[in-house]
Design a protein around this ligand. Structure first.
Ligand code: MN
Length: 229
C-alpha cells in the first residue's frame, strides 16, 4: 500500500530528478578580471560590456546547445573539443568550431588584457624568445599589428607555440582556434568589428595602435613560460 509518506518521498525524488536535469550547463561565461572601463581610453567601457556580456555569452550559450545535442561530448573541455575538431560528429563540428572557438578565444583574450598602468613589458623566457624570433618586443608588436591589419574580415591575429615550441605569429579567420592547428595560443588580438567598431568604426589600425597599450605582459610572459616548458 502506498502511504502518504511514500508519496511525499516520491514527490521529493521527482523534484530532485527535475533539479538534476536542469543542472548547470557545462560551459559558463568567465567574469572579467577588471571593470568594464578599466581599459579606457584605449578600449571603451561600452565595447567591453557588449563584447563580454553579449557576444561572449552568446558563444557560451550556443556551445552549450551544441554539446547538449551530442551526449558523447559530455565532460570534454573546450580546449580538447577544439584539438579534436576533425574527429567530432559532423552534426556538431561546425558549431563547436565557431561557438567553442569563440568561447575559448575570448576566455583567453580577457585575461591577456589589463589596465595600461599595469601593462608592463615581456619578461623572462618570453622576452628572450621575442628577441630571437622577431628582433625584440617592439618589432614583434609591429608585426602583430601588421598581421591583425591584414586579416581580411573577421578573425584574430595569434601568437602561438607550434609542436616544436617555436613561436608562430599569424592570423586566422572567424573563431578558428590555434588549438585546432595543433598549436598552443599564447595570446590573440580580436579583429572582429564587434571588438572596436563603437569607438574606432572602420579604423582597425587605430584600434590596433590602442590595444597594444593594454596587453598584460606579466600574464603573457608567465603563460609562455608554462607552455614552452
Ligand atoms: Mn570578439
Amino acid at each position: 500500500m502506498i502511504t502518504r509518506r511514500t508519496l511525499l518521498e516520491l514527490a521529493a525524488l521527482g523534484a530532485a530528478g527535475v533539479a538534476a536535469e536542469a543542472a548547470e550547463p557545462p560551459f559558463s561565461l568567465p567574469k572579467l578580471p577588471y571593470a568594464y572601463d578599466a581599459l579606457e581610453p584605449y578600449i571603451d567601457a561600452q565595447t567591453m560590456q557588449i563584447h563580454h556580456d553579449k557576444h561572449h555569452q552568446a558563444y557560451v550559450d550556443n556551445l552549450n546547445k551544441a554539446v547538449a545535442s551530442e551526449p558523447s561530448l559530455a565532460g570534454v573541455s573546450v580546449e580538447d573539443l577544439l584539438r579534436r575538431l576533425d574527429t567530432l560528429p559532423p552534426a556538431v563540428r561546425n558549431a563547436i568550431r565557431n561557438q567553442g572557438g569563440g568561447h575559448a578565444n575570448h576566455s583567453l583574450f580577457w585575461v591577456t588584457l589589463t589596465p595600461a598602468s599595469k601593462s608592463g613589458k615581456a619578461s623572462g623566457q618570453l622576452a628572450k624568445a621575442l628577441d630571437q624570433s622577431f628582433g625584440g618586443q617592439d618589432k614583434f608588436v609591429e608585426k602583430l599589428q601588421a598581421a591583425a591589419l591584414a586579416q581580411f574580415g573577421s578573425g584574430w591575429a595569434w601568437l602561438s607555440l607550434d609542436g616544436q615550441n617555436n613561436l608562430v605569429l599569424d592570423s586566422a579567420p572567424n573563431q578558428d582556434s590555434p588549438l585546432t592547428a595543433k598549436r598552443q595560443p599564447i595570446f590573440g588580438v580580436d579583429v572582429w568589428e564587434h571588438a572596436y567598431y563603437l569607438k574606432y568604426q572602420n579604423r582597425r589600425a587605430d584600434y590596433l595602435k590602442a590595444i597594444v597599450n593594454v596587453i598584460n605582459w606579466d600574464y603573457v610572459s608567465q603563460r609562455y613560460s608554462e607552455l614552452a616548458r
